[in-house]
Structures are given as C-alpha cells and as structure tokens.
Design a protein around this ligand. Structure first.
Ligand code: UD1
Length: 421
C-alpha cells in the first residue's frame, strides 16, 4: 500500500490545471450503455473511480478504446451481461449508476448492493423506489438488486423525499428510453446532473427544467440515442481543494481549466474568511488574506456548500482566527478526519453533526490515516502547514478522485513523495 510523505511547505506559488470532474464522468460513462453506436468522451480524469467504472462496462461487454490518456471511445453494441458484480461494485458505490441505463435498455439487470461505506449507511432505497414507480419489479437476493421490467419502463412522476445526486441521475438515464414523460420532483441540481441532462438533450432526448428542482424527460420509447463527442466539465471539488491549499498556506496560486460559476458557495465562503480572487472565464487565482477570520458553514445540496468540501474547510479552520463552526447535514458519519486532524494538533470539539474548531494554532507533523476520499485531502492540506513531516497512510482513497496529486502539488512548490509501506 502506498503512503505520502509531506514536508511543511508553507509558501506555494504557480498554476495547475484542474482535471475533468469525477462525479460527472461516472454517470456519463454509464450513459453510454443507452447507445449501440460509438460514444467519445474527452477530459476524463485519470483516477481510480473512472477506471473502476470502465472495468465494469468492459465486464458487461462494452468495448473501450483509449484515444489518449483522457479520451475514451466506448461501444456498447454487444452487451453480453446485465449483472454488475460485487467484486467491482464493492470498490465504488457509484457503480449503482448502471442500474437505470441497464434496466431501461435491456429490461432487466442485477446490481450488487453497494453496502455501507466510511461516511455512513448511504442507502439506495430512493433509486429502487423510483425504478418501481417506472414499472420495474425489484427484489433483493444474495446481496444483489434484481430488477425486471419485461414490458419496458414507463414514464412516471418521481417525488424524491430527499435530494439524491446519483438517484436523480439513475432516473434521468432510465427515463431517456422509457415510454412517455417522467417528471422528477425535488431533483438534484448539481452541475454534474446538469451535464448529464445536457448531453441527452443535445442528442435528441427532450428535457425540460434542466438545472432546476423539477425536471421532465420525454422518453424515446426504446429508440436508442447516438451520442456526438463531448467533454467532461472541470472538477469543482478538485478546484475547491486546491483553493484550500492556497488558503491554508495563505499563498497566491492559479487554477486553470476551472469553472468559477460551479464554485460560488466555496468562493463566497473563502471571501468571508478574507481571501480575494482574480477570475477569468476559465481560471481562478486566489489572493492571500490580510487576516483569516473564523467562519460558520452548513453543508447542503447544490447550490449550497458541498459536503465534499467540508473536510478541507475544517483543515483550513485550524488556521483561522477564532472558533469556526461546521455542521454536516448530508452524511451522518462524515467526521472521520476529525481524529486524524487532532493527531496533528488541531483543536476540534465534536458534538453530533457539529464540529467547533479553535483556530490559529500551529499543527505538528505526525503519522495519519486516510479514511475516505475527501477526508484524505484534508490531511494533505493540514500537512502543508504542519511542522516537520507528515506521513499519510492508505492513500488509495485519494487516488480514487485526485489526478496527479503529487505532481500538481510539486509544481506549486510542495515537498511531497510517495512510497510503499
Ligand atoms: C453524490 C456524490 C458524492 C457527494 C454526494 C452529496 C457521486 C458519484 N457522488 O453521492 O460525492 O458527497 O452526492 O453531494 O456523484 N440517500 C438515501 N437514499 C437513497 C440515496 C440517498 O437516503 O437512495 C441519502 C444519503 O444517505 C444522503 C443523501 O440522501 O444522506 C444524499 O445522498 P446522495 O445525493 O444520494 O449521494 P450520492 O449520490 O451517493
């Protein structure tokens, strides 16, 4: 297993390019299951989660061709299985994204139950209820979701009582081939959901209300779409993480290939703390703060503050003056990074889903353990300013979602190396 060694690197400078968004790439890869023709996707991030979903597609019978390190040509004409195996799904919960597309095109599928994960129970009940509402019969057997829709899926009104990103995406993909209109009420509005809708809309599926909380999809009644080549949007969470690297070291750094409109909640919070920005159509430069003020934040669905940036802002709070308060509203157990930040000397008090961080205290390098993807990036951020050296173990979590993390950090001036345990 690999681990990272980071030596205190308090002055960053320079620029890096933001990769394609992992959470946009995953549903877009699953989307290709809806077509018999070649689909070509560029700006795919070279990260483990994309490889896992690619492997799942290949296992189902898709033919994948790497046109370059970030572009895939995918052909799903000859799908031979409709079973997403436990061995692949257990590596990545988002494998559930093949459910809607497989069921819509093949009228049957089996998907291993994703099970629990480090940040909480994360059920898939909303996905299953929605598929049932669209006419599927679903039961669970031997750890698999077994779904059948012998007459094909029917459009329906789907009211989500909780907003779910991958739940909305599964319904959108299923609805694209269903018979009639599907209306999703309380749909997720994340930019990744918007891109999925836009790709469908650009390729002949009529969708109303894209980017709003009520989306109507007019299904093709089994007619398969053809996808013209498209490119994955920039990763707003990767961009937010590097903005926090600039913020925790109070340095000026520039992110290229970033879309600031997807980062409003993050930029506003950084502004409240004391940072300034220079923004162009495709770049963001963070400017050092005179004083870094404590802040309060609550994680909510887009366009609110993303739960995927909560851990990184907690690392930043350790360097802000005063007591910051962070409330996690989306996942019940997303505070695994607290005990690891405490090992570095952070002063954090946890009470239920609220963390209070007393800031402006020095951190000290130590051995720490990565527990999930975003918790790991918080440890990397803390290590930038912790005295001496920090070793971060179990970094396979980071590799799931951050492309070329070491080389990007090195080019900003960080002393970092990767070794084997
Ligand atoms: C997606 C993102 C993840 C992000 C999360 C919230 C991907 C691949 N992953 O995950 O990075 O942290 O959105 O922004 O895009 N819920 C249920 N039943 C369900 C589904 C969800 O109760 O069937 C609950 C969850 O436990 C959670 C909330 O709804 O409390 C939101 O989860 P959801 O939006 O579904 O997260 P994911 O789509 O899994």
């Amino acid at each position: 297993m690999d681990y990272l060694t980071i030596t205190q690197s308090p002055n960053l400078c320079g620029s890096i390019a933001i990769s394609g968004a992992k959470n946009a790439a995953l549903p877009l890869l699953a989307l290709t299951l809806l077509s018999k023709d070649d689909a070509q996707i560029s700006n795919l991030p070279d990260v483990a989660d994309v490889k896992t979903l690619s492997k799942l597609l290949e296992h189902l019978g898709a033919r994948l061709q790497n046109l370059d390190s970030h572009t895939l040509r995918i052909n799903c004409a000859d799908i031979i299985h409709t079973k997403a195996l436990y061995d692949i799904v257990r590596k990545m919960r988002a494998s559930i994204l093949v459910l809607g597309a497989l069921l819509a095109r093949f009228r049957k599928c089996q998907v291993s139950l994703p099970g629990g994960c480090a940040i909480g129970a994360r059920p898939v009940d909303l996905h299953l209820k929605a598929m049932e509402k669209m006419g599927a019969q679903i039961h669970i057997e031997g750890g698999y979701i077994i779904a059948n829709a012998p007459k094909g899926l029917q459009g329906a009104d789907i009211l989500f009582d909780k907003i779910s990103v991958t739940g909305s995406e599964n319904v959108i993909m299923a609805a694209a081939l269903a018979k009639g209109k599907t209306r999703i009420i309380n749909a997720a509005k994340e930019p990744e959901v918007v891109q999925l809708c836009e790709v469908l809309a650009q390729n002949g599926i009529e969708i109303e209300g894209i980017g709003s909380n009520e989306i109507s999809i007019y299904g093709s009644d089994g007619e398969l779409p053809r996808f013209s080549p498209f490119s994955v949007i920039p990763d707003r969470i990767e961009a937010g993480t590097y903005l926090c690297a600039g913020a925790i070291t109070n340095s000026r750094i520039t992110l290229d290939n970033a879309n600031s409109t997807h980062l409003q909640a993050i930029l506003e919070k950084l502004e409240e703390i004391g940072f300034g920005f220079e923004i162009t159509e495709s770049s963001i430069t963070i400017l050092p703060a005179k004083k870094r003020n404590a802040f309060e934040l609550i994680t909510t669905e887009y366009p609110g503050f993303p739960t995927d940036m909560q851990a990184q802002f907690m690392a930043l709070a350790t360097q802000c003056e005063g007591v910051s308060v962070i409330e996690e509203r989306l996942f019940e157990n997303r505070f695994m990074h607290v005990s690891e930040l405490q090992r570095l000397g952070a002063d954090i008090k946890l009470s239920g889903n609220i963390a209070k961080i007393s800031g402006a205290k020095p951190l000290m390098g130590a051995n720490v353990m990565a527990t999930d993807l975003r918790a790991s990036s918080a440890l990397v951020l803390a290590a930038l300013i912790a005295k001496d050296t920090t070793q971060i173990h179990r970094i396979y979590h980071l590799d799931r979602g951050y492309e070329n993390l070491e080389s990007k950090l090195k080019s900003l001036g960080v002393t970092i190396s990767r070794d084997k345990e």
